[in-house]
Design a protein. Structure first.
Length: 283
């Protein structure tokens, strides 16, 4: 743990040296990982700004924690969630599955090579790439009576943050860990924990930490964290998201207990019941 903490501090200091302390920021979601990162960063540089992307889909406990934190800029998306799903579709199963299904549902002469890749795994050059093929068990989603897309996170989080960082010139540090997904592990292996050369440079000082490390740090430093974790939630992103739902099939049942109003809004107000029924998830 001490070795990991030392390496994390080295990464933060290198990031500050590269851009200047006044030009770095912590991307603060209000969750446990970014909470730990913010604490470590401000232990080194007390005045570093934190930035919260307020999508409107967070647990109230998360929003309260953020608003009670000092020196935090809040960024909001230009459009609400209901307009995003109306225009693009629902985020289901995973980002890749949603994108692959959307490609197939919007087949045209222009994207026929992409559609062929999604259905056969054969690339435009005749090679094979099974990781870019839509698994057969999810192909029933092509005929779903609702639109499906991976655009939600891009519209509600990514673009507003990119606009903010472009305007301010700040270089963000994120509480991302490689253990969270293969996508993140590959990204960090490819670009490094401090990705200086990306179009939008990014730092991942907690890349080599585990969830156990994060909770240990929180306990040892007596950090105040969002109480929603004590109600059974392991992650605290957008409460309406259906990415990873097959690995967490009671997500919406917990939401009904933790936040009945949000549950009623997503199920009855936005019609998520038809989506969850179609993929076989109880709510």
């Amino acid at each position: 743990m001490q070795l990991k903490l030392g390496y994390t501090k080295d990464l933060i200091q290198c990031w500050a040296d590269a851009w200047g302390v006044e030009n770095i920021a912590v991307s603060f979601s209000g969750g446990k990982d970014s909470l730990v990162l913010k604490h470590i960063v401000r232990g080194l540089y007390p005045n570093v700004k934190a930035v919260f992307s307020h999508t409107g889909l967070e647990y109230s406990e998360i929003v309260s924690l953020v608003k009670n934190s000092d020196n935090v800029d809040i960024v909001r998306p230009p459009v609400p969630f209901h307009e995003v799903i109306k225009k693009h579709g629902w985020p289901v199963i995973s980002k890749d599955i949603s994108r692959f299904v959307s490609d197939c549902r919007n087949a045209s002469e222009r994207n026929k090579k992409t559609v062929n890749l999604r259905l056969t795994g054969v690339t435009s050059t005749g090679g094979t790439c099974k990781s870019k093929m839509l698994p057969k068990k999810w192909r029933f989603l092509i005929d779903a009576p609702f639109d499906i897309s991976d655009k939600c996170c891009e519209c509600l989080k990514k673009k507003p943050l990119e606009k903010y960082y472009k305007k301010t010139g700040l270089r963000p540090m994120l509480g991302v860990m490689r253990e969270e997904s293969n996508r993140r592990d590959k990204m960090i292996k490819k670009y490094g924990c401090n990705a200086y050369d990306l179009k939008q440079p990014l730092s991942y000082p907690l890349a080599n930490w585990t969830t156990e490390d994060v909770w240990k740090y929180i306990r040892e430093n007596k950090l105040e964290y969002a109480s929603v974790y004590d109600k059974g939630e392991a992650r605290t992103g957008c409460v309406f998201c259906m990415f990873g739902i097959m690995y967490d099939q009671e997500r919406f049942l917990r939401l009904k207990k933790i936040s009945p109003k949000q549950h009623e809004y997503i199920i009855d107000g936005l019609g998520a019941d038809k989506v969850l029924d179609f993929i076989g998830i109880k709510y």
